[in-house]
Write a protein that binds this ligand. Structure first.
Ligand SMILES: NC(=O)c1ccc[n+]([C@@H]2O[C@H](COP(=O)([O-])OP(=O)(O)OC[C@H]3O[C@@H](n4cnc5c(N)ncnc54)[C@H](O)[C@@H]3O)[C@@H](O)[C@H]2O)c1
Length: 317
């Protein structure tokens, strides 16, 4: 694989490109204008500096990584002679479909096209493509260069060759791909994440505990174990008999709201959007945002270092 094309230089596009370049593959990123090129270049530089400071890269490797990246504001240059295309444009069906039409007018029919959509089903995205068999979803998580998981979601028309090439490409990137065998909304990660989010909101609205304590109940208990044992393996350690006994009385009492809660609607109406508007469940200023982001980034880096040790055989599983 000589060249991977990334379309979109926003939050996901630039960190996916960084991931590609980190593995010494050539990444060409399409950005809409020079302003975007400058913003994405600066974000990548900062992230590379952090990786160097964390000893995940030497300075020379950091420079090589940057040399592996090319920006272009020409879509044609981006996809010319490419081996694989990853689309990271806004979560809008019309924008994505129009883009695939432009791509298919010029690329050979066997070049895979992958979308980083957060949840639009594969078959809806590819419904008007000339060659839907080349289309697949690769759902990277933010920040793509620090989170190993990528959910791979073939559609009903995706062929085996595309699935194989996609999994091979993700292995080359050092990612942990998982195959989502059915086109379910939200794939796997977001279904699990939003089940937890729904229950957390419910507990808060019922006055069961403060927002800080509800968050602590995750970060300082199940959150500590989940990096090692996922929910199914955790249940094996709990004991399935115990898990069933708890399920018997608890399931009935869990939140089963079918719509976002009225609290959430009120938040949105009063522009309480979280970090980006300075107020969500918590109040946010620049200092607090930086503190939490930095701490989260450091923890993700520590996990990556553990993964690296595991790969080199210094740690068991
Ligand atoms: N942000 C996240 O945390 C996250 C996580 C996982 C998946 N995703 C998904 O990844 C995709 C990209 O999200 P993002 O957060 O990077 O968005 P973003 O808004 O940060 O970036 C989108 C990029 O697409 C470009 N763009 C806009 N219209 C375009 C067009 N017509 N043709 C080509 N490029 C165009 C924009 O200029 C920008 O560079 C979305 O599908 C989103 O749902 C986002």
């Amino acid at each position: 694989m000589n060249k991977i094309s990334i379309i979109g230089a926003g939050t996901m596009g630039h960190s996916i490109a960084l991931t590609v370049a980190w593995r010494n593959l050539s990444a060409t990123i399409y950005a809409m204008d020079e302003r975007e090129v400058d913003r994405a270049t600066e974000s990548i530089r900062q992230k590379v500096d952090t990786l160097v400071q964390a000893d995940l890269l030497t300075e020379e490797e950091g420079n090589q990584l940057l040399r592996n990246l090319q920006f272009t504001t020409s879509l044609m240059d981006c996809i010319n002679n490419t081996d694989f295309i990853i689309e990271a444009v806004p979560e809008n069906l019309k924008i994505k479909k129009e883009l695939y039409q432009s791509l298919e007018a010029v690329i050979p029919k066997d070049v895979p096209v992958a979308s980083n959509t957060s949840g639009i089903p594969t078959s809806s995205l590819s419904s008007e493509m000339l060659y839907p068999e080349r289309f697949i979803i690769t759902h990277f998580w933010n920040p793509a260069h620090l989170i190993p998981l990528v959910e791979v979601v073939p559609g009903t028309a995706t062929n085996e060759g595309t699935v194989k090439q996609t999994l091979e490409m993700l292995e080359l990137l050092g990612k942990k791909p998982i195959l989502v065998k059915k086109e379910v909304l939200g794939f796997i990660g977001n279904r699990l994440q939003f089940a937890l989010f729904r229950e957390a909101q419910y507990l808060l609205s019922e006055g069961v505990a403060s927002k800080e304590d509800i968050d602590l109940a995750v970060t300082h208990s199940i959150g500590r174990r989940l990096p090692m044992t996922g929910p199914l393996m955790s249940a094996d350690f709990t004991g399935l008999d115990v898990a069933v006994a708890i399920s018997e009385y608890l399931y009935e009492d869990l939140c089963n709201d079918r719509k976002p809660s009225s609290h959430m609607t009120q938040f949105i109406e009063s522009n309480q959007l979280g970090v980006k508007s300075g107020q969500g469940f918590y109040k946010w200023d620049e200092e607090e945002i930086n503190k939490v982001s930095k701490r989260r980034e450091q923890l993700l880096i520590e996990f990556l270092k553990l993964d690296t040790q595991k790969r080199s055989g210094k740690l068991e599983r």
